[in-house]
Design a protein. Structure first.
Length: 408
């Protein structure tokens, strides 16, 4: 069965578990990955990874061992529930192994989900699925999400009151940004409106849309709004040297002029309109602050435990090895790392701090790879070329970072 148009989104949201296999292919890897994650989640339900009901194979695996797919779909799991065998990045060379698995597939076996890039009509893999009586083919085109799919995702997030004007704004945003970014916007909208029964407003969509906080982009939009044509050329050159995409500038202009229009058209006057726009943005900033704090907390915990281990080995001052008698956590190291991070944020430029942090982490992994080379063969789990390759990768990636962010 070949899905077309709106059938694709409907089927991937509610796939038929009695069909043996599904092929998802398309030019855009991000779109294919999003659809793959959606259909696998719908087929297996929650906890599939933890319960070992999801098996991942690659097209290269099938090329080396074609019988592995048949073994996996026939395997008996340790936990009850539907199983899925996911074959990623499949090519025509995987067609014989998949054909053999389809021929021996029986009800109760794991469902086969195959993902691939762009497949021509002459593709052996595509011909195999299209000619099969019960397999399903879902071609993913570079089209933005439609109204039905957006409404379904919002409904899953608990948001059902979406006025036509808000839906039009979402459709316009879906055409302006990448599908992964747009899905993140929908998730933020669901979080932002959690427990709020009021209809979704255009102002909230504008506030939750991807923010472009680059100073040069803001200056460029301000120059356009003020009609300062003489300032456009140098600002455009600065924006171009930063590698900022045209769509990013378009989104910034859309948000800027929409905010101005909302403020000017507010029934309470421009002053009240500005207050509403600023209030919505502050709420969004609060949501982002909570998310950023979670990431920072994870980093602080990891670095503090590294400091604990180094202090125990006498590479750092001994007080950092202190462990709280009740919580059993390295509270001294956590406190020191937290104070250090706060001082860096207050004193240094945040973007430079992020760049230097990335450089430091790469050096950290470089040292770890170098240390792995000194292990004897009894304690070495991987061949020696693996840490050598890892060390080379760290050096290459570290060398690609902007030097301004590394040396400040």
């Amino acid at each position: 069965m070949i899905l077309k148009g709106a059938e694709i989104a409907r089927y991937l949201a509610h796939p038929d578990p009695t069909r043996p296999a599904l092929l998802i292919y398309g030019q855009d890897p991000m779109r294919v990955a999003l659809k793959r994650a959606e259909v696998v989640s719908a087929l297996t339900g929650p906890g599939a990874d933890e319960e070992m009901r999801l098996t991942r194979l690659s097209g290269a695996d099938l090329r080396k061992d074609g019988a592995s797919l048949l073994d996996e779909i026939k395997a008996v799991g340790f936990f009850p529930g539907p199983r899925v065998v996911l074959v990623e990045d499949a090519a025509d060379t995987a067609a014989p192994a998949i054909a053999a698995a389809l021929e021996d597939w029986a009800p109760g076996d794991a469902v086969i989900v195959v993902t691939a890039g762009a497949l021509a009509k002459s593709s052996a893999l595509r011909k195999l699925f299209e000619a099969h009586k019960t397999a399903v083919v879902a071609p993913i085109y570079d089209d933005p999400m439609g109204e039905d799919e957006i409404a379904r995702l919002l409904d899953a997030a608990g948001l059902r009151a979406v006025p036509p004007a808000a839906m039009r704004d979402l459709l316009a945003l879906a055409r302006a940004i990448e599908p992964g970014d747009f899905r993140q916007v929908l998730e933020k909208i669901g979080l932002y409106k959690y427990g709020d029964d009021s209809p979704l407003a255009s102002e909230e969509i504008a506030a939750l849309a991807p923010a472009t906080v680059e100073g040069d982009v803001d200056s460029l939009i301000d120059a356009v709004a003020d009609g300062r044509a003489d300032a456009l050329a140098p600002l455009m050159q600065r924006v171009a040297t930063q590698g900022i995409l045209p769509v990013t500038i378009c989104i910034a202009a859309l948000r800027h002029f929409r905010a101005l229009h909302m403020a000017a058209a507010d029934p309470g006057g421009p002053a009240a309109g500005v207050g509403r726009v600023v209030g919505a943005r502050r709420a969004v900033a609060g949501v982002r602050l909570v998310g950023g704090r979670g990431g920072l907390l994870g980093g602080v915990l990891g670095v503090s435990r590294t400091a604990l281990a180094m202090a125990r080995d006498r590479h750092l001052p001994a007080p950092l090895a202190a462990v709280h008698p009740i919580t059993r956590t390295p509270y001294v190291a956590e406190l020191c790392v937290g104070v250090l991070v706060a001082a860096i944020v207050l004193v240094a430029d945040v973007r430079q701090a992020i760049g230097f942090s990335s450089f430091a982490v790469l050096i950290y992994y470089l040292v770890a790879n170098a240390a792995a080379l000194r292990l004897d063969r009894r304690h070495r789990r991987l061949p020696a070329w693996v840490p050598v390759l890892g060390a080379i990768g760290c050096v290459v990636v570290a060398g690609s970072l902007p030097w301004q962010s590394v040396i400040g």
